[in-house]
Design a protein around this ligand. Structure first.
Ligand SMILES: NC(=O)c1ccc[n+]([C@@H]2O[C@H](COP(=O)([O-])OP(=O)(O)OC[C@H]3O[C@@H](n4cnc5c(N)ncnc54)[C@H](OP(=O)(O)O)[C@@H]3O)[C@@H](O)[C@H]2O)c1
Length: 288
C-alpha cells in the first residue's frame, strides 16, 4: 500500500486530491496553512477520515511514502527540499515555474524519484501523442496555434499544459521553443503571420476547468486537436495513479507519459506509428 501525503489540502486541487486518495484508502497525511485542525475527509466532502489536517510536514515524515503537491511554485520548492532531505518520493502538479526552478526540480530528481507533469489527465497525455504525430507530418508547413482557456482565478499564463504542448511540437520539429513561440498578438497593424512559429493565446473566464486546442492550419484545411476537462477530479485521479506508480520507481525524473507507458511509443512520418522494440514485441505477440 502506498501511503500518500497531500499538501495545499484546502486548495481547489487539494480537496480533489484528498477525495481521490480517500477513494483508494491511501491518504495518511494532509497539510495546509489554512485548514489546520479540520478532518481531511470533512474538508474535502469525502466523509470523516480521522486524519487531522496539520501544518508541518516535517513532523510527519514517517507517515507517508509519496507526497502529492499541487500548490504554488514557492511552496513546491519548500516541499521538494523537505522530500530531498528525507529521501521521500514526490509527485508535482503545480504549474508556473521559472526555468531555474524547473532546472532545480530536475537536479533534485538525481537524488529522489520525482514525477512532474503540468497535466495529469489521461486524455491530455494521449493528446500529446497525437500532437507529436501531427507535428511530424504537417508541423513544418502549417500555422500552429495553441489556444488555452481556464477559470478566472488561474494566475499563470500560458497554462503549463499549453507550454508542454508547445514543447512537444517544438521537440518533434527540432525547434527551440523560445525562438519559435509568439505569446499573444497586440492591437493594430501587426503584420502577416510569420511561418514556422507557434502562437499561444490565453482566455480566462468563469469556472472553466481547462480547455486546450492546438490548430495546424494550412490553406484549404486545418487539423484541430482539442481536450476539454470538465471536472478537476480527472487530474486528481491521475495524480494518485502517478503516486502509486512512483512508489515502485528508482531515483529519476518522470512525467505522466512514463506513468501511462506512452513514452515508449514513437510516431513516425512514414508509418504514422513506430514502437519501441519492447512495445513492438508485445503488439506482435498480441496479433499472433
Ligand atoms: N498538473 C495538473 O494536472 C494540474 C491540474 C490542475 C491544476 N494544476 C495546478 O495546481 C496548482 C494548484 O491549483 P489550484 O487550482 O488547486 O489552486 P488553489 O485553489 O489556489 O490552491 C492552491 C493551494 O496551495 C496552497 N499554498 C501553499 N503555498 C501557497 C502560496 N505561497 N500561495 C498560494 N497557495 C499556496 C494553499 O493551500 P493551503 O492553504 O491549504 O495550504 C492553496 O489553497 C496550480 O499551479 C495549478 O495550475 C495542475
Amino acid at each position: 500500500m502506498t501511503r500518500i501525503a497531500i499538501v495545499g489540502a484546502s486548495g481547489k486541487m487539494g480537496v480533489c486530491l484528498i477525495k481521490a486518495a480517500v477513494d483508494e484508502k491511501l491518504l495518511t497525511v494532509a497539510i495546509s496553512s489554512s485548514a489546520i485542525g479540520k478532518d481531511a475527509g470533512d474538508l474535502a466532502g469525502a466523509g470523516t477520515q480521522n486524519i487531522i489536517v496539520e501544518q508541518n510536514l516535517e513532523t510527519l515524515l514517517d507517515d507517508f511514502d509519496v507526497l502529492i503537491d499541487f500548490t504554488r511554485p514557492d511552496a513546491t520548492m519548500k516541499y521538494l527540499e523537505i522530500c530531498r532531505k528525507a529521501k521521500k518520493r514526490i509527485v508535482i502538479g503545480t504549474t508556473g515555474f521559472s526555468p531555474e526552478e524547473k532546472a532545480h526540480i530536475k537536479e533534485v530528481s538525481k537524488e529522489i524519484p520525482v514525477m512532474f507533469s503540468p497535466n495529469m489527465s489521461i486524455g491530455v497525455n494521449i493528446s500529446l501523442k497525437l500532437l507529436e504525430m501531427t507535428a511530424k507530418i504537417m508541423g513544418d508547413y502549417t500555422d500552429i496555434e495553441i489556444i488555452e482557456t481556464h477559470h478566472r482565478h488561474k494566475v499563470d499564463s500560458p497554462s503549463g499544459t499549453a507550454l508542454l504542448m508547445g514543447q512537444v511540437i517544438a521537440d518533434t520539429l527540432g525547434w527551440d521553443l523560445d525562438e519559435h513561440a509568439t505569446y499573444g498578438r497586440s492591437k493594430g497593424n501587426i503584420g502577416a503571420r510569420e511561418s514556422q512559429t507557434i502562437g499561444f493565446s490565453t482566455i480566462r473566464g468563469g469556472d472553466i476547468v481547462a480547455e486546450h486546442t492546438v490548430m495546424f492550419a494550412d490553406v484549404g484545411e486545418r487539423v484541430e486537436i482539442t481536450h476539454k476537462a470538465s471536472n478537476r477530479m480527472t487530474f486528481a485521479i491521475g495524480a494518485v495513479r502517478a503516486a502509486k506508480w512512483l512508489a515502485n520507481e528508482e531515483t529519476g525524473f518522470y512525467d505522466m507519459q512514463d506513468v501511462l507507458g506512452l513514452s515508449s511509443l514513437h510516431m513516425t512520418r512514414l508509418g504514422l506509428m513506430e514502437t519501441s522494440p519492447q512495445v513492438a514485441r508485445n503488439l506482435v505477440h498480441r496479433n499472433e
